[in-house]
Design a protein. Structure first.
Length: 408
């Protein structure tokens, strides 16, 4: 392998240790090797940084396995050219697996320029990612707790969910608190209904007549309290997200004009994809990185299947969520595209296809700094009609007819 970097280092990062292999020397000659092992506390990582600076190291490479590389990256990122490689791309020959061998192999690949850098976002984006991903975990925990509470109601034969559209609305929560206290009759609890729910008082009386015992009320109180605590936590995180997104408010306002893209999706796109599209050479690179395009699996000239790439699961799920939202909009291109694909391939494949289209729109908007312009719900019909017209005209001309399409 031909060397192109004179001073580089390969790091084999673990939870408690980091093995560093430094290769130095002219590119045309054999490199001098030096190996050291450091701990992973901040003080020890700073010692590693100082040593790499003393030997004149310019490039440092490591695998992106687990989360152990993150603190190492944070200590070194302002002092060296860092390369975080995909572990699957730099796996060594089987049977030669030691920490020292791993660091030597990574250093050799770095010296020859054979490791492709993974996208590591800047600090502000990493901070926003932490907030948005934690918010997602809170929402999932809230949904789980709500499901537990509704399961408990069904166990007690309280059929509130069969009558009320939202068990956790204002009326539903008042009735849940009355159930917890256990002092009101079903008729009294039904009168707590508000708005259109008051038209179902007779049904509510029957639905609220259950069999709650003392331990049921205790569990119901605990679960409702957890739901409300998580809601309060989500509100606090939302405030922090608004503060973090403030410098990019113009981009945020532009993104939410895309059909199906709401506040949560727009923030997730900025946190995961970023605002600088120069890190992706083309929109196809961005789509592959996000995991909203089919993979390649061909052997002996046969297509073996086109399973979706894994990619960035957080960005992919946000785009798919936006796609399902766009399918319910009125007279939009994304809605027409969704239902046209869903008819032959199913809703899930249609959602991924529309998510790909949304990502392409986001990429072009961020690259060119333009606003979103919808093609219209009849765009696909007009496109297909025009293509059918061209095909028929060509067919008639091949049969000897002089055909000229009528211009509007």
């Amino acid at each position: 392998m031909e060397a192109i970097i004179e001073r580089c280092c390969g790091l084999d990062v673990h939870k408690d240790t980091v093995v560093a292999c430094v290769l130095t020397g002219p590119a045309e000659s054999r490199a001098r090797k030096e190996i050291r092992t450091y701990g992973t506390t901040t003080t020890q990582l700073e010692q590693l940084r100082d040593w790499l600076g003393q030997v004149g190291c310019t490039h440092v490479g490591m695998e992106s396995t687990g989360v152990y590389w993150v603190p190492v990256y944070a200590v070194l990122e302002e002092h060296f050219e860092l390369i975080v490689g995909n572990a699957a791309h730099i796996k060594n020959v089987p049977g030669r697996k030691t920490d020292v061998k791993d660091s030597e192999w990574i250093a050799e690949l770095i010296r020859c320029g054979l490791i492709r850098k993974s996208f590591v976002p800047p600090k502000w984006q990493r901070a926003l990612r932490d907030l948005t991903r934690y918010r997602r975990k809170l929402v999932e925990a809230q949904a789980s707790e709500r499901n537990r509470l509704q399961r408990l109601l069904e166990t007690c034969n309280v059929k509130l969910a069969s009558v009320a559209t939202d068990v956790f609305g204002k009326s539903g929560r008042d009735m849940l608190r009355a159930l917890i206290k256990g002092e009101a009759s079903p008729e009294q609890m039904a009168r707590l209904a508000r708005g259109r729910l008051r038209n179902k008082l007779d049904e509510l009386v029957l639905a609220l007549r259950g069999n709650l015992e003392a331990h049921h009320r205790f569990m119901l109180e605990m679960q409702l309290g957890r739901v409300e605590d998580i809601e309060a936590n989500i509100a606090v995180v939302d405030t922090k997200i608004d503060e973090a997104i403030a410098p990019h408010r113009a981009i945020f306002d532009r993104l939410i004009t895309i059909p199906g893209v709401d506040r949560v999706v727009a923030v997730s796109v900025i946190a995961e994809l970023g605002v600088d599209m120069k890190v992706f050479p083309t929109v196809a690179h961005a789509a592959a990185w996000a995991g909203v395009c089919p993979g390649n699996n061909e052997s002996a000239g046969k297509r073996m299947g086109q399973q979706k790439r894994r990619g960035n699961v957080h960005l992919c799920s946000a785009l798919v969520q936006a796609a399902f939202g766009a399918s319910k909009t009125k007279n939009t291109y994304f809605k027409a595209r969704f239902w046209k694909i869903a008819g032959r391939a199913g809703r899930k494949r249609a959602a991924v296809a529309v998510a790909h289209s949304i990502l392409k729109a986001v990429y072009q908007m961020l690259t060119a700094g333009v606003d979103y312009k919808d093609l219209g719900g009849d765009y696909l019909d007009r496109f297909l009609n025009r293509r059918a017209e061209q095909r028929l005209v060509q067919r008639l001309r091949s049969m000897g007819y002089d055909v000229r399409p009528k211009t509007a």
